[in-house]
Design a protein around this ligand. Structure first.
Ligand code: ADP
Ligand code: GLC
Length: 471
C-alpha cells in the first residue's frame, strides 16, 4: 500500500514532543512491512534541512483567501530516514525556525494543507491512504471531499490519528475565507459549537479515527475539551492503536547520546556509570535514588504539582532522594523550579529548555521517571524509560495505564498511582525509595521492563490492517 502521512512534526527533522517521534518511526516500520509510507511536513528552517540533500519534486501555486502563494515540494535525496520525506516550502509562511508559536499559525497550517491537497491532485496516480495527524492536518479530510478544486481526491480513504485532543485549532467563521471554495451545504462538517474546529472536522470527515492508546479513547468520551458528544456519536469509526517506540533510536547499547552504553546483561553497572556522569554534571548524590521528570511543563503533565511534590519529599525524607528535571513550559512553573535549586543544592536540579541529548542521558542514568500526567494520550517517556531500565512512576491514565504494570502486580515493574496530587506523588516516592534499597527487587524489575517489547512492529501492522479494511 502507499500511505501518505501528513504531520507538523517528524523526528529528527523537527520535533516538539511525541508526535514527532511517532511520525519519525511509524512510516519506517510500515516500510519494513513491505509498504510505501511517505511523510509530508512543512519546510521549517531546521538543522536537518541544512545538513541533508534535497531534490525539487513539484512546484505549484494556490490561494489562501485571495492571497496568492507559491509552494515547492522538495524530497530528501538519499532516503536517510528509511522513508520518503517531502517538505513543503511556502515562503513567508512556513520558512521559520520554530514549528509553532507564531501569531499567524492558523494561516500557516491552512496554507500547508491547501498545498498538500493541491499537490496530490497533480499526482499521476492516487495513494491508497492519506493519514493525517492531529489538528494541523485536520482540514485535509474535509478538503479532499468537499472543496470543489480537490474533488478528484474524494475517493481516497483518509485516516486521522489523534495524539492530543486538547488542541483543536479553533478558527472563527471570519477566517472561513481561508478554506478553498466548498459546498456550503457542508458547513456543518467544519463546525463544532459555532466555530470552525479542524479537529472536530477531521473526526467527522475522516474514514477512520485512531487514538494513540485504548484507554485514551475511553476517556475521550468523558473528557475531550468539549468534543465528548462527538466522540460518543462517532465511536463506531474509532479505534485505539497503542504507540510504539523506535527501538533503533532508543537502544542503550548503541545510543550515541549517552556516556556509557549498556544492555540488560550489564544494566546495573551501565546505569551507574551514566548516573555518575549526570550527578557530576548536576551536583547530585550518586548514592541516592535519582528521580527525573522530562517533558512539557504544562497542566496536562501536572507539572504544576512538581515543585510541592519535590519539596514534600526533600523535607519529609531528608537526604533520601535526588531529583532532576528537564523541560520548559508555563513561566510560573519554570520560575518555581529554578528558584528551588539554591534551597536544595546537592539533591535537586533543573534544566529549563529542550535538550535531546540530555534527555537520553537522563533516561539512561536515572533510577525512576516520574509522570504524574492529568492527561496522557499515550506517553512515550515511560516506554523509553523501560527500555533503559528506569522504573516508571506514573498516574494510571491514558497510555500510562495501558503500558505500566505496578510492581505489586504479577510481572510488574513500575509504580502506579491514581491522583495527580502531591499526596499520591509523595506516596509513590516512598515506594521508590524502598524499592531502591532492595537491590534484588530493583534488579528484577529492571530485567522485566527491559524485556517488554514496545517496538512499533505490532502497531505498524495494526495500522496497515485498519487501512486494508478501507480499501
Ligand atoms: P508529549 O508529546 O505530550 O510531549 P510524549 O511522552 O509522547 O509527550 O513525548 C515527549 C517526547 O519529547 C519524548 O521523546 C521526550 O523525551 C521529549 N521531550 C519532552 N520534553 C523534552 C525536553 N525538554 N528536552 C528533550 N526532550 C524532551
Ligand atoms: C501527544 C500526547 C502524548 C503522545 C504523543 C504521541 O503529544 O500528549 O501522550 O505520546 O502525542 O502520540
Amino acid at each position: 500500500m502507499e500511505i501518505v502521512h501528513v504531520s507538523a512534526e517528524c523526528y529528527p527533522v523537527a520535533k516538539a514532543g511525541g508526535l514527532g517521534d511517532v511520525v519519525g518511526a511509524l512510516p519506517k516500520y510500515q516500510n519494513k512491512l513491505g509498504h510505501i509510507a511517505k511523510v509530508v511536513m512543512p519546510m521549517y528552517r531546521t538543522k536537518f534541512l541544512m545538513d541533508n540533500e534535497w531534490v525539487v519534486d513539484f512546484k505549484g501555486h494556490s490561494y489562501i483567501g485571495n492571497r496568492f502563494f507559491e509552494y515547492t515540494v522538495i524530497k530528501e535525496r538519499y532516503n536517510v530516514l528509511e522513508f520518503d520525506l517531502y517538505l513543503i516550502d511556502i515562503p513567508g509562511l512556513l520558512d521559520r525556525e520554530k514549528i509553532y508559536g507564531y501569531a499567524d499559525d492558523t494561516e500557516r497550517f491552512v496554507a500547508f494543507q491547501i498545498a498538500i491537497v493541491d499537490w496530490l491532485t497533480h499526482w499521476q496516480h492516487q495513494p491508497d491512504v492519506v493519514h493525517v495527524h492531529d489538528y494541523h492536518a485536520g482540514l485535509i479530510p474535509f478538503m479532499m471531499q468537499h472543496c470543489y478544486a480537490y474533488n478528484r481526491l474524494g475517493s481516497i480513504p483518509s485516516v486521522l490519528t489523534i495524539h492530543n485532543a486538547q488542541y483543536q485549532g479553533w478558527m472563527g467563521w471570519d477566517q472561513s475565507y481561508m478554506i478553498p471554495a466548498w459546498d456550503s451545504w457542508k458547513a456543518g462538517l467544519l463546525e463544532w459549537k459555532n466555530t470552525i474546529n479542524p479537529l472536530a472536522s477531521a473526526i467527522k470527515c475522516a474514514w477512520k479515527i485512531t487514538t494513540v492508546s485504548w484507554s485514551y479513547l475511553d476517556e475521550l468520551r468523558a473528557s475531550a475539551n468539549g468534543l465528548e458528544d462527538l466522540f460518543e456519536y462517532e465511536r463506531g469509526k474509532c479505534a485505539g492503536i497503542l504507540n510504539g517506540i523506535d527501538n533503533e533510536v532508543w537502544d542503550p547499547l548503541t545510543d550515541t547520546y549517552i556516556s556509557d552504553n549498556y544492555s540488560i546483561e550489564n544494566v546495573h553497572a551501565g546505569k551507574h556509570a551514566n548516573k555518575l556522569q549526570l550527578c557530576n554534571q548536576f551536583n547530585l548524590d550518586v548514592e541516592k535514588p535519582l528521580i527525573i521528570f522530562i517533558g512539557r511543563l504544562v497542566g496536562e503533565k501536572a507539572a504544576d504539582i512538581l515543585p510541592d511534590s519535590i519539596m514534600s519529599a526533600l523535607y519529609g525524607m531528608p537526604g533520601a532522594v535526588n531529583f532532576l528535571i528537564l523541560g520548559s513550559g508555563e513561566p510560573q512553573v519554570e520560575w518555581q523550579l529554578k528558584n528551588m535549586v539554591h534551597q536544595f543544592q546537592g539533591q535537586y536540579n533543573v534544566m529549563i529548555g529542550y535538550n535531546e541529548k540530555l534527555s537520553h542521558q537522563m533516561y539512561a542514568g536515572a533510577d525512576f521517571l516520574l509522570m504524574p500526567s492529568r492527561v496522557e494520550p499515550c506517553g512515550l517517556n515511560q516506554m523509553y524509560a523501560m527500555r533503559y531500565g528506569t522504573v516508571p512512576m506514573v498516574r494510571a491514565t491514558g497510555g500510562l495505564k495501558d503500558t505500566v504494570i505496578d510492581m505489586g502486580d504479577p510481572g510488574g515493574y513500575g509504580i502506579r498511582f491514581y491522583h495527580a496530587s502531591v499526596g499520591d506523588v509523595f506516596h509513590g516516592i516512598t515506594r521508590a525509595v524502598k524499592a531502591y534499597e532492595d537491590s534484588r527487587q530493583l534488579g528484577d524489575m529492571r530485567a522485566r521492563m527491559m524485556q517488554v517489547d514496545n517496538s512499533w512492529d505490532k502497531s505498524a501492522q495494526d495500522y496497515v490492517n485498519l487501512y486494508q479494511g478501507l480499501t
